[in-house]
Design a protein around this ligand. Structure first.
Ligand SMILES: Cc1cc2nc3c(=O)[nH]c(=O)nc-3n(C[C@H](O)[C@H](O)[C@H](O)COP(=O)(O)O)c2cc1C
Length: 168
């Protein structure tokens, strides 16, 4: 497998911790972590296999640090890249916007030619609406440390196994 770049905020406590767990689950694969708060087009372009970590904030929006990179992302040619997105959200606290960030990010990069990988089943969750819900599946891995923390490790393990078959 080609090397993987995993992008998440090193300052975002829970997102960073789960980014580390995803990295560990890849075991011997070549995976490099990049701080989403200082990401540039150049660092994003180093990888064809990409994982991004996006907690949902502000009732259905991306965190500010991702907002800063989005204008650049919206002009990039992402053809040939496979992008897997993990998100953090709170299905009880924000049932109308559960993990919206995953769907928002997927929309942005799909428009630029990237292929989204790592779709997951929606069954184990309880919420009203989510932009991550694409035709009855999540277009990424939706994690919920507020309400379902005990399911996280298994979800990560299954997702990484899936990605090993879906990355280039
Ligand atoms: C002000 C605020 C707004 C939030 N808005 C949403 C939301 O719209 N949808 C959602 O699923 N989770 C929402 N959350 C929950 C966070 O995504 C969740 O707590 C996540 O674990 C935060 O990760 P982080 O600490 O790494 O940023 C919100 C949390 C806060 C504090």
């Amino acid at each position: 497998m080609k090397k993987i770049g995993i992008f998440y905020s090193f300052n975002s406590n829970k997102t960073a911790k789960l980014g580390e767990k995803i990295t560990e689950a890849f075991e011997k694969e070549n995976i490099e972590a990049v701080d989403a708060e200082t990401v540039t087009e150049e660092s994003f372009n180093l990888y064809e296999n990409i994982i991004v970590g996006v907690p949902t904030w502000f009732d259905g929006e991306l965190p500010i640090y991702w907002d800063e990179f989005v204008p650049a992302l919206e002009t990039m040619n992402l053809n040939g890249k496979r992008i897997a997105i993990y998100g953090l959200g709170d299905q009880k606290g924000y049932p109308e916007n559960f993990n919206d960030g995953v769907g928002i990010f997927a929309d942005i990069v799909t428009k630029r030619g990237a292929e989204i990988v790592g779709f997951t089943e929606i069954d184990e969750y309880k919420f009203e609406s989510s932009r991550a819900n694409v035709g009855g599946k999540f277009c990424g891995l939706c994690l919920d440390q507020e309400n379902q923390a005990r399911l996280t490790q298994k979800r990560i393990q299954n997702w990484v196994t899936q990605l090993k078959g879906e990355f280039l």
